[in-house]
Design a protein around this ligand. Structure first.
Ligand code: ZN
Length: 304
């Protein structure tokens, strides 16, 4: 039997927050899915978690917003169609700003502020491939514990968060935060979806919000690096990007990640790893223009 109770509230900017109140006091978890509109994995995972909580005893409160950017999600677009805003570059937001900034402000103010943990469920979206992993700031102990409890096979350690992310807003509010990424490509893999659902429930168990203890999982692989897609390796040409590596693959220093061909079939460039590491973002779409991000790598790490 569940003693939890669901409330729905429209936030400034027009998205809906689902608040599940447990029958006992406890921590507050903020949960975001679909911050980018072309990422269905987090949206469906949040819906499945809300359904799970209908029949599960809960301590504390879950605040869930998915899709976090409904207009972008309806358009299957990374950004908001009417102001071209990227919600994941708009936090903490501005109540009187552009629509995407208003949306960010509502989520910061009503969902993130005052929570004990934020989990932001992303994925590679239409344009990229990514391995299943959880990302966390190296110096946030509570967040590191949550990242391990999430149970993804790989954890990416970051030194800091770039501006505009939900995690940056959380850090500024003193809220520990983690994010997750997986496959992308416009389809959803069941193993990735299940990993998101069980990952969040395992974190909730670790926080004492659920009575069941988390599943025992194998030790994660650790990687480190900035994790900023905007700082990835970019194309210098117009042409076709052909991948040699796969997302999650370990590539040695100087190993080939992909190659660029021109529109007459001529080889323009072989793109190689500047140093040994793991391919974390890899572009799916072959046609590229100068400046398009092709891939992002992380270096292997011993852990925090
Ligand atoms: Zn995303």
């Amino acid at each position: 039997m569940s003693g939890s109770r669901l409330e729905r509230e429209v936030l400034p900017g027009g998205t809906v927050m689902n608040t599940v109140h447990g029958d006992e006091p406890g921590p507050t978890l903020a949960l975001l899915g679909g911050v980018h509109g072309d990422e269905d994995e987090g949206v469906l995972a949040v819906w499945r978690i809300l359904q799970e909580l209908e029949t599960t005893a809960l301590r504390g409160t879950v605040r869930a917003v998915a899709p976090a950017n409904p207009a972008a999600w309806a358009a299957r677009s990374r950004t908001t169609p009417y102001d071209d805003g990227d919600l994941a570059r708009s936090f903490p937001g501005d109540r009187d700003g552009q629509p995407t900034e208003t949306l960010a402000d509502g989520i910061t103010d009503r969902t993130i502020q005052g929570a004990d943990l934020l989990i932001d469920l992303h994925s590679a979206g239409l344009r990229y491939s990514m391995p299943l992993f959880c990302g966390v700031a190296r110096d946030q102990e509570d967040a590191l514990r949550a990242a391990v409890a999430f149970g993804a096979p790989m954890i990416w350690l970051h030194e800091s968060w770039p501006p505009g992310r939900s995690l940056t807003a959380a850090m500024e509010c003193g809220v520990p935060a983690i994010y997750a990424e997986c496959g992308g490509g416009g389809g959803v893999r069941l193993d990735h979806l299940d990993a998101y659902v069980t990952g969040v429930l395992s974190v909730m168990a670790q926080l004492g919000m659920l009575t069941e203890s988390p599943r025992v999982r194998p030790s994660p692989r650790w990687v480190a690096g900035s994790g900023d897609l905007d700082a990835g390796v970019r194309s210098s040409y117009s042409g076709l990007f052909v991948v040699s590596a796969t997302a999650g693959e370990v590539v040695p220093e100087d190993g080939e990640v992909g190659r660029l061909y021109g529109y007459r079939g001529e080889l323009l460039e072989v793109l190689r790893a500047a140093r040994s590491g793991v391919v974390m973002f890899l572009r799916r779409q072959a046609q590229v223009r100068p400046g398009d991000v092709l891939f992002v790598m992380a270096v292997r790490s011993e852990g925090p």
